[in-house]
Design a protein. Structure first.
Length: 53
């Protein structure tokens, strides 16, 4: 049972370290940007999205 706790602790420590490293690098996980309604309409009507094929 103690081996399970060691593995669990290492996993949690790794997750915390990766989150801290991402903050230091300045990564933004939540801000993926937006697109305009015009862009959506143009790409919806594009030749690659033809539903009649």
């Amino acid at each position: 049972m103690s081996a399970v706790w060691v593995i669990l602790a290492l996993g949690v420590a790794g997750a915390v370290i990766s989150l801290i490293a991402a903050r230091i690098r300045g990564d933004r996980l939540s801000d993926l940007g937006t697109v305009s309604s015009q862009w959506i309409a143009e790409h919806r009507l594009g030749p690659g999205n033809d539903s009649r094929r």
